[in-house]
Design a protein around this ligand. Structure first.
Ligand SMILES: C[S@@+](CC[C@H](N)C(=O)[O-])C[C@H]1O[C@@H](n2cnc3c(N)ncnc32)[C@H](O)[C@@H]1O
Length: 558
C-alpha cells in the first residue's frame, strides 16, 4: 500500500511494517527532485506498508513503487538532466544509469534490512520484497557481465604483496590476475553475494598523510606555505618508493615503471586529440602540475638537499607520482573524521566499471579499524570484480587513468556553451543556471517528435529563447515552425563540431603506439556522439515537417 505525502513514521504493530524512503531537504538537488517526485505522483517521504497479508502479486508492484522513488532520491545532476534512458540493449526496463539503479536497489535493501532487524517476528512480505530485490540485482548485473580475458596469473610481486597484507590482517575473497587490456585486475575467488565483503583492509597497510606526519620530512614540509596534505604525501611517496627499508617496499614494487595515462601522451597522440575535450583537459592538467612542480623545485633542492635529491625529484618522477595518485588513490574517511587521500595496497588492483560490483567503500570501520569493500551486486567465482571510480566521463578516464570503458558510459557528455537567456526562469522564479549538454542519443528511450533522443532541458531552453510564452510540445503551426528553428540551430552547432573533428583515419592499427590508439578511439567516440545528434536533428526535422504539412492542409480546408 502506498500512502503519499506523509513525513512521520507511524508506530508499527507486530504485523504491520512501514518503509519510508525520504528525500532529504539537505539534498543540493532537492527542488528538482521534489518536482520530479510530484510529477510522478509521489511525495517527499511516501510510506509503503507491508503487512502479513501482502499477496505475492503485489510484491513486485510494491517494489516498483519503492524503486521509482529510490531512483529519484539517488539521481545525480547528469542523470537528472537526461532523465531515463536505455543503458543496456538487453534490458527492457528504463533506468537512469547503472550506478543509479544499483544505488536505488541497495538503498531499499538496506532500509528493508533495518526494518527486519527491528521486527520481533519475521514479516513474510518484507522477506518477499527482499528476495525480489535480490533477484532484480542479479538480473540487472547479468546484463552487464563482461568478457574478461585472463592473460596470466599473478607474478611474484603481487603474490608477495598479498602475503604481506595478510600478515597485517588483510581478509580477501579475491585473486589477482593479469587481464587483457587492463593490466592487473581482481577475480572473485568464490561466488560472492550482495553484502559480502570482498576485501577487508586493515588501516595499518594504508598509505595516508598520517605517515608523512610521522616522518622526518614533516618539519620541512610544514614550512612550505599553502602546501596540501596530498602534495606532502606525494613528495613523501617519491622518496619512499626508493627506500629499500620501507615498510611499504613490497607495495611500491608492484607499481609499474610507467603509467600510460593521458598525462604521458606524446605529441602524435595530442595531435590526434585535436578539437576534443580531452585535449583541453590534458593540457590544463599538465600545465597545472608543471606550475606546481616549478613552485617546489629547484627551491627545495637548494634549501634542503639532504631531503630532496635532484635524482629522485625530477619532473619525470614527479609526473609519475602524480599519475600514481590520480589513477590509484582513494579518498577515505578516517575515524578522526578527516577525509584523506590514500594509496591502498591490494584494493589498488580493482579496475573500474560503469556497472561496478563495489559502490560503497569510503569509510574506515571504527570497530575493526579496517576498510571494507562490500558487494552491491553479486560476483560469480572467476568473474572480474569491479569498483566504481566515480561518475566520470571518458575524457577524465583517458586523462587521469589512461583507458576508455568498454560499456556505454552515461557520463560521456559534451557540455554546450549555451548561456541561460535572462527570460529563462525556473518555476520558482530563479534564473535557470543549468549547464546544457548532450550525449549519444542511443542512450535515450524517447526518439519521437518533441524529444528526438535529445535532452529535454536543452530543447526546452532553445524553444523559449525569444519566445518565452510559446506553448511548446503542441501540433500548432507556430510551435512546429519554432521546433524546426530549434533543430536547425542544433544542427549548425553540431555540424561545426563535426567539421572540426574531421574524418576518422587509421590505417595500420597494429603499428600504432598505445597513446595514439587511445586518442583515436576517444575521438571516434566523440564523432559517434556528434553524429547521433546530427541524425536526431535530421530525422526530427522530417517528423516535424510532416506534422506542419498536416497542420497547413487542415488550415487550407478551413
Ligand atoms: C587502480 S588501478 C587498477 C589496477 C591496474 N589495472 C593495475 O594493473 O595496477 C587503475 C588503472 O587500471 C586500469 N583500468 C582500470 N579500469 C579499467 C578498465 N575498465 N579497462 C581498462 N583498464 C582499466 C587503468 O590503467 C587505470 O589507470
Amino acid at each position: 500500500m502506498v500512502v503519499p505525502g506523509q513525513d512521520n513514521q507511524p508506530s508499527t504493530s507486530n504485523n504491520d511494517r512501514f518503509l519510508v524512503l525520504k528525500l532529504s531537504e539537505d539534498d543540493p538537488l532537492f527542488q528538482k527532485k521534489i518536482k520530479l517526485l510530484r510529477d510522478k505522483g509521489f511525495g517527499q517521504a511516501d510510506l509503503v506498508r507491508f503487512d502479513d497479508t501482502l499477496v505475492p502479486d503485489s510484491v513486485n508492484a510494491n517494489l516498483d513503487a519503492l524503486l521509482q522513488r529510490a531512483r529519484i532520491i539517488h539521481l545525480n545532476e547528469t542523470e537528472l538532466y537526461f532523465g531515463v534512458g536505455v543503458m543496456n540493449m538487453n534490458l527492457e526496463e528504463e533506468v537512469y544509469s547503472p550506478r543509479n539503479e544499483l544505488e536505488a536497489l541497495n538503498f531499499i535493501l538496506s532500509r528493508l534490512d533495518r526494518c527486519r532487524e527491528k521486527s520481533v517476528e519475521e514479516n513474510v512480505s518484507l522477506k518477499a520484497v527482499r528476495d525480489a530485490i535480490i533477484t532484480r540485482i542479479y538480473s540487472f548485473g547479468d546484463t552487464y557481465k563482461m568478457e574478461t580475458n585472463i592473460i596470466k596469473d599473478t607474478c611474484d610481486s603481487e603474490k608477495h604483496l598479498m602475503e604481506w597484507a595478510e600478515t597485517h590482517g588483510l581478509k580477501s575473497k579475491l585473486n589477482i590476475a593479469y587481464i587483457e587490456g587492463a593490466g592487473r585486475g581482481v577475480l572473485a575467488a568464490e561466488d560472492l553475494e550482495v553484502g559480502d565483503i570482498a576485501l577487508e583492509i586493515p588501516i595499518s597497510v594504508i598509505i595516508s598523510e598520517d605517515l608523512v606526519y610521522k616522518s622526518d620530512m614533516i618539519p620541512v614540509l610544514e614550512k612550505i606555505e599553502g602546501i596540501s596534505a596530498e602534495t606532502m604525501l606525494l613528495l613523501w611517496s617519491m622518496r619512499e618508493r626508493h627506500n629499500v627499508d620501507s615498510k611499504y617496499k613490497i607495495y611500491f614494487d608492484t607499481l609499474p615503471e610507467q603509467f600510460n595515462t593521458g598525462l604521458s601522451f606524446g605529441l602524435d597522440a595530442m595531435v590526434a586529440l585535436d578539437e576534443t575535450l580531452a585535449l583541453d583537459e590534458i593540457f590544463q592538467a599538465k600545465e597545472h602540475l608543471r606550475s606546481e612542480y616549478d613552485e617546489l623545485f629547484p627551491a627545495l633542492f637548494d634549501k634542503f638537499p639532504d631531503l630532496f635529491s635532484r635524482e629522485l625529484y625530477t619532473w619525470e618522477q614527479y609526473l609519475w607520482a602524480c599519475e600514481l595518485f590520480y589513477s590509484n588513490s582513494m579518498k577515505i574517511m578516517f575515524p578522526d573524521g578527516k577525509l584523506k587521500t590514500c594509496l591502498i595496497p591490494v584494493a589498488g588492483f580493482l579496475n573500474h566499471s560503469v556497472c561496478p560490483h563495489i559502490l560503497h567503500y569510503g569509510k574506515v570501520d571504527t570497530v575493526t579499524n579496517t576498510l571494507k569493500f562490500p558487494l552491491s551486486r553479486p560476483c560469480s567465482r572467476g568473474e572480474q570484480c569491479y569498483l566504481s571510480y566515480g561518475n566520470l566521463p571518458s575524457s577524465h578516464l583517458l586523462t587521469f587513468y589512461g583507458f576508455l570503458p568498454q560499456e556505454m558510459n552515461p557520463f560521456d557528455i559534451i557540455p554546450l556553451d549555451i548561456e541561460a537567456a535572462p527570460e529563462c526562469t525556473s518555476e520558482e522564479g530563479h534564473l535557470d543556471s543549468t549547464t546544457h549538454m548532450v550525449r549519444g542519443t542511443w542512450l535515450s528511450t524517447n526518439q519521437g517528435i518533441f524529444n528526438y533522443g535529445l535532452p529535454s532541458p536543452l530543447l526546452e531552453h532553445l524553444r523559449h529563447v525569444g519566445k518565452p510564452d510559446l506553448q511548446t510540445m503542441t501540433l500548432f503551426q507556430e510551435n512546429l515552425e519554432n521546433e524546426i528553428k530549434v533543430l536547425d540551430e542544433l544542427r549548425v552547432i553540431f555540424e561545426n563540431m563535426m567539421d572540426k573533428l574531421g574524418d576518422s583515419e587509421m590505417d595500420d592499427w597494429n603499428n600504432i603506439k598505445w597513446d595514439v590508439q587511445l586518442a583515436v578511439r576517444y575521438k571516434d567516440l566523440q564523432r559517434n556522439i556528434v553524429s547521433s545528434i546530427l541524425t536526431a536533428c535530421h530525422s526530427g526535422r522530417k517528423m516535424v515537417e510532416r506534422e506542419l504539412e498536416k497542420c497547413l492542409d487542415e488550415d487550407k480546408l478551413g
